[in-house]
Design a protein around this ligand. Sequence first.
Ligand code: AHR
Length: 525
Amino acid sequence: MDRRQFVIGSLGLLAPRASRAASARIEILPDEPIGVISPDIYGHFTEHLGGCIYGGIWVGENSPVPNVGGIRKALLDQLKRLKPPVVRWPGGCFADSYNWRDGVGPRAQRPRRTNFWGNTPYLAQAPDGPVKYDPNEFGANEFVRFCRLAGAEPYLAANLRSLPAYDFYEWIEYCNSPAGSTSLADLRATTGDREPLRVRFWGVGNESWGCGGNFTGDEYAVEFRRFVEWVPRFDVPLAFIASGPNGPDYAWTRSFFSKLVEKGKNALRNVYGAALHYYCGTSGKGDAIDFTLDDWYALLAKANRMEDLIRNHWQIMGEIDTERRVKLIVDEWGAWHQTAGIAPGYLFGYFPTLRDALVSAITLDTFNRHADKIAMANAAQLVNNIHASFLAAGEKFTVTPIFHVFEMYAAHQGGTSLPTEISARAVEGLPGLAGSSSLHGKRLVLTIANPDAGNAQETEIIARSSRLSPVRAMVLASQDIHAHNTFEHPNALEPAERPLSGGSGASFTYQFAPASVTRLEFDLT
Ligand code: AHR
C-alpha cells in the first residue's frame, strides 16, 4: 500500500483519501459443510497474573465495588453478552505452581503463597504496600461459581510440574465426587458446594515444554499417560487436554504423539485435545497504542500465521492419530503488548485498540474455517491482562474492542462452517479480506476483517446455488487505527448497525470499510 494515500487529519488520524473502486469477491459454498463450529472456540482464559483475578474478577464480598458473592457484577453482566462457553483457570504458568488445596475451606484461613508473577494488585493498598503473594481468596469453588454465573463451563489446568499425579486424582475427586460420598466431597461442602462441581475439562499441565516442567515432548507423553490413567470419573465425561506446542514447534507435536502411542493407540482415547499456544506478539516499540502503520500490518500478518500453525500441527497429528480421535485446542492466543499502566501491579495490562480487534477477528475466522479440527480456544486473557476483553480497576470498568469482536462473532457459535472463498487484492502481504461463514438453519452469518487501513473493498458476495436476502450489517471500524476505549471513554469504539443496500438474489454487493470488522447476516433460499 502506498503510504501517500493517507492524509493526516487535524486530530492526527489516518483517513483514506478516497476509496478505490474495488474488485473483491466472496463465494460461499453451502453444499460443502466443513463441520459444526464448537461454541467452545469462543472460550476465555483467566490466570492469577497481574490484575486478572484479584482486582478484575474478584473484588471480595465486602468491596464497595458492586459484586455477587465477591465477583465483580459489571463483569458478569457484560460477560453474559458474549455467551462464554468455557473459561480456563488458574493458569498459565501459575497452574504448575498452584496447590488446589490452598484455595479451599474458609477464606480467612487460607494460606498466603508466593506468586512468581509478582505483585497482587488487589492488595496493593495494604498498609505494608504491594504484596508479592497470592491470598488464595479465589479458589476452585469461587471460580466454578463465577463460571456458572456467567453461563460457562469451567476448565481447570492442573499442576503437573510440582505436584504428584495423586493430587490431580484428588482434585478431580474434590470437584466431582457426589455429595456426602467422600471426605473430599465433605471438604467441598464446607467451602459452600455440597453438590458436585461436575468439572469436565482438565488441563494436564501447562506449557510443559517450558514453565510447566521443561520436558521434551516424549518425556511429557510419559507423564501425561501416568496422570490420566485410572482417575475417578463419577459419571462426568472427563476431557483431558494435553499441553501442546509453542507456536511452530512441530517437533513437540511429533514427539509427544509418537511417544504417547508407544504402548498402543489406545492411549489416544485419553486425549480430548492437544493445546497449542500462540501469541502473535507485538511489533515496533511494543506499545499497545503508540504504533505505526507498518506495525499495524506486521501484527496482522503475524495473527494470520494461525492458519499455517493449525494446518501443520493437524497434519502431523494425523500421521499418528489416523482415526482423528484428538482435536486441536488453542487455549492461549492473542496479541501481547507492553504493560501500560492501567493500575499499579497490573502486569501485562494495557488498553487494546482496533488493531487488537482485527487480530481477534482474523484469529476467530481462522478457527471457524477449521471447525473440523478445533474443539476449543481460549483468548488470553479475559480481564486486565494481555488480549483482554475487559478492563477494571477499583470501580472503573470498560469493555475493549476485543469484547466487541467476541460479541459480534458469538453469532457463529454452533453453526455449520462453510467454505468461504475470498479473492481480494492483497495488502502489505496480507490477504485483502479475511473471513468465515456459518449456517444456522436458513440464516447465514458472514464475518470479514478488512486489514487495509486506507481503502474500502467493494465486494460481490455469492452463495453458490442459493439466493441471498440481506438481514443486517454490524461494523466495528474507525478512521483512527489506534482507536480504543478507556475508563473515561468506554464507548469510544463500538460497533454500529449499518444500512444494507446491495440488492438481494444471486449476488449481493457490499463495501467493507477500511480497518474494519464486519458481520453480515443473510437469509438463504
Ligand atoms: O498468559 C500469560 C502466560 O503466557 C501464561 O502463564 C503462559 O502459559 C504463557 O506463556
